[in-house]
Design a protein. Structure first.
Length: 137
């Protein structure tokens, strides 16, 4: 017995002419299921939007309130000091001193490990030495 749900894409060679009421009809497509799925998705969309509406309204009112007015006194705008122990009393001055020390190290000669013969040379001089070594090759 042939399967009635098989795809009909053209004239049926077994029936002869192919001019019957089922010629060219694809019976595997379930139009009712497709329509019901679309309706179900539309209902789901409407229900989701209805449930999200109060949340959006509440967030809008919170955003409208904001953080409140800014204080008028400049003392209220200053950030308080962190609790003790404070590891850096004057971070800007300490950063400047650290950068000055780094620059001094980059621009001076010194021994890193004298017994091993490792020395620190200024950056500019190190570049000249490397260029001279490369030119000699």
């Amino acid at each position: 017995m042939p399967d009635d749900r098989r795809a009909k894409t053209g004239p049926d060679p077994e029936s002869g002419s192919g001019s019957g009421p089922e010629s060219g009809v694809d019976r595997e497509l379930d139009l009712r299921g497709i329509v019901l799925t679309g309706i179900g998705l539309a209902i789901l969309l409407v229900v989701t939007m209805a449930l999200m509406w109060p949340l959006a309204t509440g967030m809008r009112s919170v955003a409208a309130r904001g953080d409140g007015p800014q204080p008028m006194l400049p003392e209220a705008l200053r950030q308080p000091l962190p609790p003790e122990p404070r590891l850096q009393i004057d971070p800007e001055r300490e950063l400047e001193a650290m950068r000055h020390e780094e620059a001094r190290r980059l621009e001076s000669y010194a021994w890193v490990n004298e017994p091993a013969g490792v020395a620190r040379v200024p950056v500019e001089r190190a570049i000249e030495i490397l260029l001279a070594q490369e030119a000699a090759r």
